[in-house]
Design a protein around this ligand. Structure first.
Ligand code: GDP
Ligand code: MG
Length: 372
């Protein structure tokens, strides 16, 4: 850093200034405590102490994307994880009905008084294997999350009503899935209805590169009735099959990181957020940065309202303990300690505020056109 003197450097290196002066003397540089040092001298000295000064300088706590994107996973520690599924499709084609059916039948099965809460995501189970469903159908939520850098979905289930066929939002959903690079499983819904024509849906979708296996393609189609629960197990089976192809794995031994699914302010509990753990394990008490907020995980619950001590990859959990309400799609990372979590969160909050201020004062063609 420019302008750093011997005393500053001594503090940074946790050494006595006299030791630094002595060391510099041996290197042929004569200084006193208050003399400022040039960059090269600092680097030589730091290297002598086994520190890469450049790297230290670049270490930016507020840059949580750097922590998040850190791909240094321990290959030996990788474990299979549940697939994360988003359900999309045209309005009234049965997304909510399907999500509700899955929640009721697969989550609360065999559990006394199992009332599931809407926390934005839940896990369904088939043959002892879990599938994580994001409970926020709607393309806006999907693209909003992606715009914030959160890529949470592994598989898209495209719901198309067999009595209505491909519609504008069906095509929109296909484009979203393509942009996100997720495989699509087509759930041809409402096959119980009179006038249902699943074959027509299959024919229509071929124009969008969704070709069923019987026509030489590789897209999985499942004919279902979300209302009557017909072939839902088959749909889950196909999701697990697709998950096997994707070989989804994560390293649970790392500090937890993931994305915010939804968040709100609760009168009694303060900021309440549902987060999806994507890598590592999240524990009670972990210091975290979440978007531009920070805190320590105070409580952690699953969709059944059960208290959890830890959450492994692909697990959605509702957490409390943050200083403010983050946004859907925000990323979170567990930090080394509460102090650095706070420092990073506050710095990010400050930057976000500055960004808003700057955006407000700068007139660009875009802002000009938008105000016209
Ligand atoms: P969304 O807009 O995609 O969430 O659609 P909904 O789940 O709200 O469903 C729209 C309407 O279709 C509701 O009246 C549902 O009861 C009905 N519906 C959904 N799935 C089926 C089905 O498999 N069969 C029949 N007959 N009706 C269905
Ligand atoms: Mg709906």
């Amino acid at each position: 850093k420019v302008g750093m003197n011997v005393q500053d450097l001594a503090k940074l290196l946790h050494r006595d200034a006299s030791e630094i002066i002595k060391k510099l003397f041996l290197l042929g540089i004569v200084t006193n405590q208050n003399q400022s040092l040039d960059e090269d001298t600092i680097e030589i000295l730091a290297a002598d102490y086994g520190i890469d000064a450049k790297q230290k300088e670049e270490e930016d706590l507020a840059d949580i994307d750097r922590f998040f994107d850190d791909e240094t996973v321990n290959e030996d520690a990788l474990e299979p994880r549940a697939p994360v599924v988003t359900i999309m499709g045209h309005v009234d084609h049965g997304k909510t009905t399907l999500l509700d059916y899955l929640r009721k039948t697969n989550v609360t099965e065999g559990e006394a008084g199992g009332i599931t809460q809407h926390i934005g995501a839940y896990q369904a189970r088939l043959d002892g294997r879990l599938i994580t469903f994001l409970d926020t159908p709607g393309h806006a939520a999907f693209s909003e999350m992606r715009a914030r850098g959160a890529n949470v979905t592994d598989i898209t289930v495209l719901v198309v009503a067999a009595d209505d066929g491909v519609q504008p939002q069906t095509i929109e959903a296909i484009n979203h899935a393509k942009a996100a690079g997720t495989p699509v499983i087509v759930a041809v819904n409402k096959i119980d209805k009179e006038g249902a024509n699943p074959d027509q849906v299959m024919n229509q979708l071929m124009a969008y590169d969704l070709v069923p296996e019987e026509y030489g393609g590789s897209t999985i189609f499942v004919k279902i009735s979300a209302k009557q629960g017909q072939n839902i197990d088959q749909l889950l089976e196909m999701i697990l099959l697709e998950a096997d192809v994707l070989e989804l794995k994560a390293d649970p031994t790392q500090p937890g990181r993931g994305s915010v699914i939804e968040a709100r302010l609760d009168k009694g509990r303060g900021p309440v957020s549902t987060v999806l753990v994507q890598q590592g394990t999240l524990h009670i008490g972990d210091p975290v940065v979440v978007g531009n907020t920070y805190g320590r995980i105070r409580t952690m619950q699953n969709e059944k309202g059960e208290d959890l001590k830890e959450a492994k990859p692909a697990t959605p959990v509702q957490i409390t303990g943050l200083n403010a309400v983050p946004s859907a799609g925000d990323r979170f990372v567990v930090m080394a300690d509460e102090k650095s979590a706070r420092a990073a969160g506050e710095e990010r909050e400050k930057r976000a505020r500055e960004e808003v201020r700057n955006a407000g004062s700068v007139v660009t063609l875009d802002t000009l056109f938008n105000t016209m």
